[in-house]
Design a protein. Structure first.
Length: 109
């Protein structure tokens, strides 16, 4: 089990978001690219390294597929949802603090 209050990489954050519904590797890569507006492209090695790490931490799990299927589907676990929510809250705080400081600078107040 991983620590929940650890900052996630952008790739891991988008992979967890993508796995709110079951997806196979190629589907994850497509979804991450779509969610990031085409800015983030995951190489297969990066994706499967992240998947392996997230499985070890209990954040995602592989679904039992058809015996003849080579495509594994993955889905986020309850622990993974907690990690994702904690990261969302952390990112939201970063944005809100940045906005407050920058608006203060712009207005001179």
């Amino acid at each position: 089990m991983g620590t929940i209050n650890t900052a996630l990489t952008e790739a891991v954050y988008y992979i967890l978001l993508s796995l709110m519904e079951p997806l196979h590797g190629y589907g994850i890569m497509q979804n991450v690219e779509e969610l990031s507006g085409g800015r983030l492209h995951l190489a297969a090695g990066t994706l499967y390294g992240a998947i392996s790490t997230m499985q070890e931490k209990g954040w995602i799990t592989a679904l039992d597929g058809a015996a003849d299927s080579r495509k594994k589907e993955y889905v986020i676990t309850d622990i993974g949802r907690e990690v994702l929510r904690a990261e969302y809250a952390r990112l939201k705080e970063l944005v809100e603090n940045g906005r407050a400081v920058l608006e203060k600078e712009e207005t001179g107040v």
